[in-house]
Design a protein around this ligand. Structure first.
Ligand code: AMP
Length: 341
């Protein structure tokens, strides 16, 4: 297993067909090398790069896929405006240590006559599934199954930023006995707490300031939990109140079991707090795992060592959640801290 791309490694190659990808990986697989896959929709940022770097540390060959999957978009305008930056992505993926960049066309992934879909029931029906419709996760699980079939990786990397997606993919892999290990990497955030997302690039400066509502909601609820509050209703009220000054309405805000995604009424050990909201025309999502106990960095007795409950060693990760001073200021003054007038 390599720690970094070996000095004799070949420069990253861009491949566009399944045949080219299979041909490139076949000798590696025969040689028993460990193959890692990082599926993305491109417009790469530090969140994606943290996954690639982790794959680089754990695998001998790192494949990054760039594919804006039409099947998972429930709004045509979201698909049309989704940022596409192949040259920028090529440079970043190569620097982060990818060996192969797989950039298939829509026709390569969904050729004429394509008629199969893969659907996970239950956990897909809540949160994002309820908000975006069943076609969204059907699109995700179908394309992920296809990408796993194309690259046949030993390990595939996903971000906790899309917490429900990770739960769904773990189900998919378990239910279909797919021979792949799923690794989850923590959410990478901007210094003010906004979760990195390809869609952030589409926010106007004013919307960028208001987008802090999501992290504000999550961190306010986490602080309230650490002060001893256990009622889900009270924690959700706190989260909602923290969003109000930003004039951002949650599409959903839910405290759920991290495995089943069923709503919880009390915070007993840990629970996933998930939020989705439109800021202007841009739909953003975020989440944290809230623990009933205070993390060690807060200097009090606790069971958890990570405020976010994530597995913690992937890139620049989720800051320990309390409310940052920027948010504190914003929430107490009832105005977004950096929002233009
Ligand atoms: P996307 O290109 O949005 O489909 O994301 C590709 C992968 O990167 C998914 O597994 C995401 O969960 C992950 N990802 C996106 N944003 C972040 C982030 N801020 N931190 C960590 N992982 C992320």
């Amino acid at each position: 297993m390599s720690q970094a791309k070996p000095p004799f490694a070949l420069p990253m190659r861009t491949l566009r067909t399944v045949g080219e990808l299979r041909a490139a990986l076949a000798p590696d697989r025969r040689a028993g090398l460990k193959i890692g896959l990082v599926p993305t929709m491109g417009a790469l940022h530090e969140g994606h790069l943290s996954l690639i770097r982790r794959a680089r540390r754990q695998c001998d060959r790192v494949v990054v896929s760039l594919f804006v999957n039409p099947a998972q978009f429930n709004e045509r305008s979201d698909l049309e405006h989704y940022p596409r930056r192949e040259q920028h992505d090529t440079d970043l993926a190569a620097t982060a240590g990818a060996d192969l960049l797989f950039v298939p066309s829509v026709e390569e992934v969904y050729p004429a006559g394509f008629a199969t879909s893969v659907e996970v029931l239950g956990v897909t029906e809540r949160l994002e599934g309820a908000a975006r419709g069943s076609a969204h996760f059907r699109g995700v699980t179908t394309v992920v199954t296809k990408l796993l079939g194309m690259a046949l990786p030993d390990i595939a990397y996903f971000g906790q930023k899309d917490a429900q997606q990770v739960v769904v993919i773990r189900h998919l892999v378990r239910d279909l006995n797919l021979p792949v290990q799923i690794e989850t990497c923590p959410t990478v955030r901007e210094p003010d707490g906004l979760a990195m997302s390809s869609r952030n690039a589409l926010l106007t400066p004013d919307e960028r300031a208001r987008a802090l509502a999501l992290y504000g909601a999550l961190s306010a609820a986490a602080e309230h939990a650490w002060s001893g509050e256990r009622s889900a209703e009270a924690l959700l009220d706190t989260a909602r109140a923290a969003m109000a000054p930003f004039a951002v309405e949650p599409e959903y805000l839910a405290l759920v079991d991290p495995d089943t995604l069923e709503p919880v009424t009390r915070l007993d050990e840990s629970a996933l707090l998930a939020v989705a909201a439109h800021v202007g025309a841009i739909r953003l999502i975020d989440n944290i795992t809230i623990h009933a106990t205070v993390p060690s960095s807060r200097g009090e007795s606790h069971r958890s060592t990570n405020a976010t409950g994530l597995d913690g060693n992937c890139g620049v990760t989720d800051p320990q959640i309390p409310t940052s001073h920027i948010l504190r200021q914003a929430i107490s003054s009832k105005e977004p801290a950096t929002c233009s007038a």
